[in-house]
Design a protein around this ligand. Structure first.
Ligand code: ADP
Ligand code: ADP
Length: 226
C-alpha cells in the first residue's frame, strides 16, 4: 500500500475558485516526494486536504490504507505536519517545546524526553536545547519546526513550502535534516516552487498547475524531458 493515495480529488472553495480539478496521485512508502508548481497551482490546498485542515469537495484520500474521511483520527496519527510559518512559543526552550508537543499528543514524558534528544541532535540543535527559542537563528528555528513534527513519530512527514523565502544556507541545513529523517524510514512529501530543491532532495515528483497534475514520475526521467 502507498503512503499516500489520492483519487479524483476536487476542491472548490466557497468563492467558487476550483483549486483542484480531479487530482490523482500515489506516493510510495519511503519515498521523498516533491509537489512542484507555481503560486496558485493548488499545492497548499492539496496539502491542506491531506492534513485535514481543508475539507475536500470530491474524491478520496488514504494514508497507509487508512481513509482520511472515514477514519480521520487514525489517519491523522500517521502524519506529521510542518507548517510554513513559525508557530512555536519564542519564549520557550527547544527541549520544552518538543516535550510539551509530544505530551499534547499523549506521548509519556520519559519517552518524550528521549525522543527530544534524538530529534534535536538530528536537527543539529542539541547544543541549543536550553536556549530561549527567540535567540535561535532563522535556520535553527526552521529545523526546530521539523524536529517538533517528528516527536509523534509520524510515518508520513508533510511540509508546505518549507524553504519559501529563506536563503540558501538555511535551505541546505534543512535539506540535511530532511534527508536524515527520510533515510531513517519516514516518507516525506514537500511542496515547493523551486525546481532546484526538488532536484536536490526528491526521488519522485508531480508537477501541478492550475489545479491539475501535468506530469509525474521519477525526478531523473522528468528532468530529462525538461
Ligand atoms: P473550506 O471549504 O476548506 O472551509 P473556505 O472556502 O471556507 O474553505 O475558505 C477558508 C477561508 O479562507 C475563508 O475564510 C475565505 O474567506 C478565505 N479565503 C478566501 N479566498 C482566499 C484566497 N484566495 N486565498 C486564501 N484564503 C482565502
Ligand atoms: P499554491 O499553494 O500552489 O500556491 P493554493 O492551494 O494556495 O496554491 O491556491 C490554489 C487556488 O485556490 C488559488 O487560486 C487560490 O487563490 C485559491 N485559494 C486558496 N485557498 C483558498 C481559500 N481558503 N479560499 C478561497 N480560495 C482559496
Amino acid at each position: 500500500i502507498p503512503a499516500l493515495s489520492v483519487r479524483g480529488l476536487r476542491k472548490t472553495y466557497d468563492n467558487r475558485v476550483q483549486a483542484l480539478k480531479g487530482v490523482s496521485l500515489d506516493v510510495a512508502q519511503g519515498d521523498f516526494f516533491a509537489l512542484l508548481g507555481p503560486n496558485g497551482a493548488g499545492k497548499s490546498t492539496l496539502i491542506g486536504i491531506v492534513s485535514s485542515l481543508v475539507n475536500l469537495s470530491e474524491g478520496s484520500v488514504s494514508i497507509f490504507g487508512t481513509d482520511l474521511v472515514r477514519e480521520r483520527d487514525a489517519a491523522m496519527r500517521l502524519i506529521g505536519l510542518v507548517p510554513q510559518e513559525l508557530n512555536f512559543n519564542m519564549f520557550e526552550k527547544p527541549l520544552d517545546i518538543l516535550v510539551n508537543y509530544a505530551g499534547f499528543y499523549g506521548v509519556p514524558r520519559a519517552q518524550a524526553i528521549e525522543r527530544a534528544e534524538v530529534e534535536l541532535r538530528r536537527a543539529q540543535l542539541w547544543d541549543k536545547a536550553q536556549m530561549m527559542s527567540r535567540t535561535l537563528s532563522g535556520g535553527m528555528k526552521r529545523r526546530l519546526m521539523i524536529a517538533r513534527a517528528m516527536m509523534t513519530r509520524p510515518r508520513l512527514l508533510i511540509l508546505d513550502e518549507p524553504t519559501a523565502g529563506v536563503d540558501i544556507e538555511i535551505r541546505r541545513g534543512m535539506w540535511q535534516t530532511l534527508r536524515e529523517i527520510n533515510a531513517a524510514g519516514t516518507t516525506i512529501i514537500l511542496t515547493t516552487h523551486y525546481l532546484e530543491e526538488a532536484e536536490h532532495l526528491c526521488r519522485n515528483l508531480a508537477i501541478i498547475d492550475r489545479g491539475a497534475i501535468v506530469a509525474s514520475g521519477p525526478m531523473k526521467a522528468l528532468l530529462a524531458r525538461l
